[in-house]
Design a protein. Structure first.
Lengths: 364, 164
């Protein structure tokens, strides 16, 4: 009797989350719908590029930073050196279309009836505005994410093999280096926060930690994508944690949600909405924390480098480079801390939802 | 604003890639790693427990050994004491027996001597009797031959008998 209720609530929560996201999406696409606006934006982009090439005097730092933080349909390492990435589009009338993003390299950024619109971020719009398209392109972020996924799988399957090979032996080399991190996550993050049934959630939480960590660190490399600083990525991670929490949550958790113990009946009118908002605030805070931290770090670093181009002084550049170096070290630290915090909070949410007795932990 | 708007395509790829990574790592990486770590921990704990057990066993063994040595010493002492007692007893017994035996021999020797003595005495008596008879016979024989001396003797005897 209890399981269907749980399933229903989980489904409802997920549906609600998706629903809240829809209007923003619709608004966004509505913004780009009129052709003149897209054209003006493109025109501006053209002008900026033109200016950049012509003279570095009119350097637009805001545009530069947004360009580096946002997703892109090609992987640009430096001005002019870019790897074109596949564009995958789905539309009801044409089905799935696959072509290289290098096809957009022409005067009008147009190919096959599609328009590459440069704004704060790149979007592909059909020239014919009646058509509705879905963009599943392998963008820079997706490519970078796949790269980190391959790195993760290669590293950890080889370590897993090392454990099978060296049974009863001391770990050595890279295996022992990773073992420290794995043990730290298991013993200091997951075990104390999730509780006695931690082993069920350990694979997910370990993957979560290393996925965020590898993407954070890859994002710091020059020319790399800002994967964990993209709200779609952090949202997906937060939603997965949210789903895991609410599928596995026990009776106490849901009971606590609708009737917090020790609260007088009139106060329930206020408390229940607060509790329900709290449920959504947890994944929301997870999403925003990682996104904001990584994006802020990138913006600060890019701003510093932008200063060099603004001042165009021999004496400013070394000072700024030193400062940027220092900030890069801080960013490496932040990469670890944010991966750690995301994993820690996820384990705490899971732990509070599956806690057997006593009061479920309120959000922090 | 576009920075804060999640891109559905990216969400789709993120879901696919991330869930795939979770699945692959859970199956091929975390499972053997966690199992290996746990096995090693159990092994170490087992080894520690074994060492502790061995240590206590050693202590017990040592105590047992000491007890055994003490017991063995006691047994040895008892055996020695018993043996000494037995030998003492045997010596005493044989001494007693020797004394008794000697006594018996002396006794029998005495008996023999006495018997021999008796035999010799009785033989001598017999001899003396025979000899006296022979003497008496000869004397008689000679006396009877000589009338005069007979008479003399008789008279002597008679005279001596009167004197008495």
């Amino acid at each position: 009797m209890y399981t269907p209720l749980r399933l229903f609530i989980t489904t409802a929560l997920v549906a609600a989350t998706c629903f809240f996201n829809l209007p923003a999406q619709a608004q966004e696409s509505a913004q780009h719908e009129p052709n003149p606006i897209a054209d003006t934006v493109n025109q501006e982009e053209h002008e900026i590029e033109h200016n950049l090439e012509e003279s570095e005097q009119k350097f637009n730092i805001g545009q530069m930073i947004m360009h580096h933080i946002a997703d892109s349909h090609e992987w640009e390492f430096s001005h002019g050196i870019a790897i074109p990435l596949p564009v995958i589009l789905y539309s009801a009338d044409r089905g799935i279309e696959l072509f290289s993003s290098s096809n957009f390299h022409n005067e009008h950024h147009e190919y096959n009836g599609y328009h590459l619109v440069h704004g704060d971020s790149e979007t592909i719009e059909p020239v014919d505005h009646e058509r509705k398209i879905y963009d599943f392109s392998i963008t820079k972020n997706v490519a970078s994410m796949m790269l980190s996924a391959i790195i993760l799988v290669l590293i950890f399957t080889s370590i897993g093999k090392a454990y099978q090979r060296n049974v009863g032996k001391a770990p050595k080399g890279f295996q022992s280096a990773m073992e420290i991190v794995i043990l730290f996550i298991r013993d200091d993050v997951v075990k104390p926060n999730v509780g006695p049934n931690y082993e069920k959630y350990l694979p997910y939480l370990l993957t979560l930690f290393f996925f965020i960590l590898v993407n954070n660190i890859l994002g710091l490399l020059p020319g790399a994508a800002n994967v964990t600083g993209n709200i779609a990525i952090t949202m997906t991670l937060a939603v997965i944690t949210f789903i895991i929490v609410h599928i596995n949550a026990n009776k106490n958790y849901y009971k606590h949600l609708v009737s917090p113990p020790g609260v007088p009946a009139p106060l329930l009118l206020i408390m229940i909405p607060v509790e329900v908002v709290g449920v959504f605030m947890k994944p929301f805070s997870l999403m925003v924390r990682l996104f904001a931290n990584m994006t802020a770090g990138h913006i600060i670093l890019l701003s510093l480098f932008g200063l060099i181009f603004i001042f165009q002084s021999m004496f400013i550049a070394p000072v700024i480079s030193l400062f940027a170096l220092f900030l890069n070290f801080i960013e490496i630290m932040v990469a670890f801390i944010q991966a750690f915090i995301f994993t820690l909070l996820s384990s705490m949410y899971i732990g509070s939802a599956i806690e057997e007795h006593g009061h479920a932990d309120h959000g922090h | 604003m576009s920075l804060l708007t999640p891109n559905p395509g990216l969400i789709f790829w993120m879901l696919v890639v991330f869930l795939l990574v979770v699945f692959i790592l859970a199956k091929f990486a975390w499972k053997p790693i966690i199992k290996g770590l746990k096995d090693r921990e159990n092994e170490i704990q087992g080894a520690l427990d074994l060492a502790e057990r061995t240590k206590s066993e050693m202590v017990k063994l040592k105590a047992d050994n000491e007890k055994l040595i003490i017991e063995a010493n006691a047994v040895r002492d008892r055996i020695l004491r018993d043996a000494k007692e037995a030998s003492d007893r045997m010596i005493a017994e044989s001494k007693d027996r020797a004394v008794v035996e000697g006594q018996k021999m002396i006794e029998s020797a005495r008996d023999t001597i006495r018997n021999e003595q008796h035999a010799a005495i009785s033989k001598m008596r017999k001899e003396v009797a025979v000899l006296s008879l022979q003497i008496a016979e000869q004397v008689l024989h000679r006396e009877l031959k000589d009338k005069e001396s007979q008479e003399k003797l008789i008279s002597d005897l008679a005279s001596s008998a009167r004197m008495n």
